[in-house]
Design a protein around this ligand. Structure first.
Ligand SMILES: C[S@@+](CC[C@H](N)C(=O)[O-])C[C@H]1O[C@@H](n2cnc3c(N)ncnc32)[C@H](O)[C@@H]1O
Length: 189
C-alpha cells in the first residue's frame, strides 16, 4: 500500500473489491494508474470542490475522495443508473467517507439545478453527451479549474465534438495524456 491511499489498507482492499465488482458486472472503470494521476492533479491544484459525471460502482469516486480529503475537499458524483448508484452508495458508506455525495439521475437534468461551483471535474458518462456536459458545467467552473475526460483515445470519434470544444476554447489549455483509455486534461484559467 502506498501514500496515495492515505496508508489505509482497508481502502486499498475496498478499491480491489470494487474493481472486481466492475469486472464481474461489465462496468468500465478507471484503473489504479488513473487513480494515482487524479491524486496528483488534485493535490497539486488544491482542488476542493470536485464533480464527477458517471459514478459507475464508485471506483473512480473513491480515488477522487481520497485526494479531496487531503485538501479538506468534497466530491459530488452523479449516476443515472439506479442499480449502479445504489451499489456505489453502499461502497461509499463502507469507505466511511463523509466527503462524498451521490446524486441519482440524469446529469444533464441535474446539472441545471446545481448552484455549486467546481474546481475539478471528471467526465466519464455517456460518450455522445460529453459536449453537453461541458456546456452545462462551463458556467459552474471556478477559475482556475481542471476538467478531466476519460476515453479520449478509446472513444475519440464519439467525443470528437467535446475534444474540439476544449482544444479551441480561448480560456482552456488542453492536452491528451495517453494513459489507459486516454485522458483529456483541460485547464480553464
Ligand atoms: C464508465 S461508467 C463510470 C465509471 C466510473 N467513473 C469509474 O471509473 O469507476 C459510466 C457511468 O455513467 C453513467 N451515465 C451514463 N449517462 C449518464 C448521465 N446522463 N448522467 C449520469 N450518469 C450517466 C452510466 O450509468 C455508467 O454507470
Amino acid at each position: 500500500m502506498n501514500e496515495d491511499l492515505g496508508n489505509s489498507m482497508d481502502i486499498g482492499k475496498l478499491l480491489d473489491e470494487i474493481d472486481r465488482y466492475c469486472i464481474d458486472n461489465s462496468i468500465p472503470n478507471v484503473d489504479k494508474e488513473v487513480g494515482k494521476l487524479f491524486s496528483i492533479l488534485i493535490k497539486v491544484s488544491r482542488a476542493r470542490n470536485i464533480l464527477e459525471i458517471g459514478t459507475g460502482a464508485g471506483y473512480s469516486t473513491i480515488w477522487l475522495a481520497i485526494a479531496a480529503r487531503e485538501n479538506r475537499g468534497k466530491v459530488l458524483t452523479i449516476e443515472k443508473d439506479s442499480g449502479n448508484a445504489e451499489v456505489a452508495g453502499d461502497y461509499f458508506r463502507k469507505a466511511g467517507f463523509k466527503n462524498v455525495n451521490i446524486l441519482k439521475g440524469d446529469a444533464l437534468a441535474l446539472l441545471q439545478n446545481l448552484d455549486e461551483k467546481f474546481d475539478f471535474v471528471f467526465i466519464d458518462a455517456a460518450k455522445e453527451e460529453y459536449i453537453s456536459y461541458i456546456k452545462a458545467i462551463y458556467a459552474k467552473l471556478m477559475k482556475p479549474s481542471l476538467i478531466v475526460a476519460d476515453n479520449a483515445i478509446s472513444h475519440v470519434d464519439a467525443i470528437s465534438d467535446y475534444l474540439d470544444y476544449v482544444r479551441t476554447d480561448k480560456n482552456i489549455s488542453s492536452v491528451l495524456i495517453p494513459i489507459r483509455a486516454g485522458l483529456e486534461v483541460s485547464f480553464l484559467s
